[in-house]
Design a protein around this ligand. Sequence first.
Ligand code: G3P
Length: 217
Amino acid sequence: MKFFIDTANLDQIKEAHDLGILDGVTTNPSLMAKEGIKGHDAVMNHYKTICEIVDGDVSAEVTTTDFKSMVEEGQKLAKIHNNIVVKVPMIHDGVKAMKWFTDNGIPTNCTLVFSAGQAILAAKAGAKYVSPFIGRIDDSCWEGIDLIYQIRQIYNVQGYDTQILAASIRNSNHIVKCAEGGADVVTSPLEPMLGLLKHPLTDIGLAKFMDDAKKFA
Ligand code: G3P
């Protein structure tokens, strides 16, 4: 399973990259706004900077919702860097735009996916990635992880090669469950990623080893 970081924060991207386990980055308009990035040029430059830090796919989301505008915007985003993946919402014109991007060699990430039916449409449109939002499903009293299992089953049975990119990760256990359920990629904020490191028995065991090491130093 690949690890992407779900942020537009450059320090956090660098920290995950320095750990040596980062395969890519996903962003969205909310994450860009959170970093105070304003204006067309600043947004384009920010994506370019991210692509220079991480040698892997970087999802850049369109901010329009009609076919013509999404295609125009996606083409501009794709020109920033070879690793840009155009993120397109799962809406009527979004499906059309994804098919257009597929036919024209531009990789896409289908975002805002909350059902298996939407994941089938994303695969049919040739999306490179489909992004089920598991945390937001949990927020609405459903089991987000179940959707990962269901999409995995459908994609296996049908032979779709769209990669399942589990998004809206809220905790470290989500990451573990996504790995178990067959996600190809998980995109997570930094904290749940670093949370995978933690176990109290590791800390206790290390303290004892360090203590004993002093005895023969
Ligand atoms: O990649 C989509 C993700 O950013 C959504 O996460 O926490 O806003 O539901 P969240």
